[in-house]
Design a protein around this ligand. Structure first.
Ligand code: PLP
Length: 373
């Protein structure tokens, strides 16, 4: 055995076929749009290149850092690659130009950097309108001037108009923001035949009127639902990441015994519990199920031997507790699924007061990854 081999049983398994399947779900929902797979944040924690290689059929990739875009070009990807926040410094522009990377332009500082750059080739840009998120983008008042300036710059190759909706996943919907986008861009689109990019996963699934020329699919590519209360399987999506581990210890509690730091869980009856090799240092949320007795707090689901149980007590750095009362066959070495096809990451996230995006992104570098078909 190699001395560096680590036999700790935790593992993140990434399914290539699930990624490919989910891409077809995007295409089925938005058949007339080009698909940009959003693989920022290391492919939402799934591994940038793991995801990109499985999604060769995507028309483009969206990332955040220039380093990610360069890694994709170096790996041989030739499709559109978009930097979702554009450049942070003018020094990045010559590399962006040389590698044919597209950039979001969302403020006048970036317009100025573009105008003043000495480039070998012009750059394709996505000009971003702020339609109410108030995060990135020009105000409707500034948008026309921004468009005039970038259109006049020799350093700009092609222009796509874009926005990002704040409430595509909410009951309030996108009508007001979409109308603002259409009103603001109508005078420009009467003159110019610019492509338009509006839709994240929630918009793809809930608002076909806003699919436009490009869609930007993120979380649905990874098999989670962008809409609270609606399961991913309802949309025909398949989970891509399975986070698995094993039981490494079993304890038999008597009534009145407690578990873990702070003794947050106390058994009311004899209870058999399992200790799982997964903790917050692996990325499992520490606040998961801290107060299972409190009103309104859901038990956090966890699967042991293929059956669904619940976590107990406080998550430690390297371990967590689960209830084995109804799984008598479980013992040391039994398989545990933290999330995946048996326990949806969305359900774990909901019970933890977060979203599966955060769970995936938080999986720590010490967790080994394995890509399977
Ligand atoms: C992250 C991001 C997306 C993808 O959002 P999902 O909800 O994961 O589909 C799309 N567009 C922009 C601008 C983003 O930042």
């Amino acid at each position: 055995m190699n001395i560096k081999t680590n036999m700790r049983p935790i593992l993140a398994t990434i399914s290539r076929s699930a990624l490919q399947h989910n891409l077809t779900v995007v295409k089925k929902n938005a058949p007339n749009s080009k698909v940009m797979a959003v693989i920022k944040a290391n492919g939402y924690g799934h591994g940038l290149l793991n995801v990109a290689h499985a999604l060769k059929q995507a028309d483009g990739f969206a990332v955040l850092g220039l380093n990610e875009a360069v890694a994709l070009r170096e790996a041989g990807f030739e499709q559109t690659i978009l930097l979702l926040e554009g450049v942070f410094s003018a020094q990045e522009l010559p590399i962006v130009s040389a590698l044919s990377i597209s950039i979001v332009v969302h403020n006048f500082l970036q317009v100025e950097m573009l105008e003043n750059a000495q480039l070998t080739a012009p750059i394709s840009i996505h000009l971003k309108l702020n339609t109410g998120m108030n995060r990135l983008g020009f105000t409707p008042e500034d948008f026309f001037l921004a468009q005039k300036r970038v259109a006049a710059s020799e350093n700009v190759a092609g222009i796509t108009l874009m926005t990002h909706f704040a409430t595509a996943d909410e009951a309030s919907g996108i009508a007001t923001a979409l109308q603002l986008f259409q009103q603001t861009t109508a005078p420009i689109l009467r003159e110019e035949n610019y492509p338009v990019s509006l839709a994240n996963s929630a918009t793809i699934l809930c608002h076909p009127e806003a699919h436009a020329d490009w869609v930007r699919a993120g979380i649905m590519i990874y098999g989670s639902s962008p809409v609270a209360g609606v399961s991913a399987s309802h949309y025909g999506l398949k989970p891509v990441m399975q986070l698995s581990s094993e039981i490494i210890s079993v304890q038999n509690l008597k009534a009145g015994d407690s578990v873990g730091y702070g003794m947050l869980f106390t058994a009311s009856k004899p209870t058999r519990i399992g200790i799982v090799a997964c903790g917050y240092a692996d990325g499992y949320p520490r606040h998961a199920g801290q107060y299972p007795a409190a009103a309104g707090v859901k038990a956090v689901p966890i699967s042991v031997c293929g059956k669904v149980s619940r976590t107990l007590g406080r998550v430690s750095m390297d371990m967590l507790f689960c209830d084995l009362t109804d799984i008598p066959e479980a013992d040391i070495g039994s398989p545990v699924q933290l999330w995946g096809d048996i326990v949806a990451a969305d359900d774990v996230a909901e019970a933890c007061g977060t979203i599966s995006y955060e769970l995936f992104c938080a999986v720590n570098a010490r967790v080994p990854f394995k890509v399977v078909d």
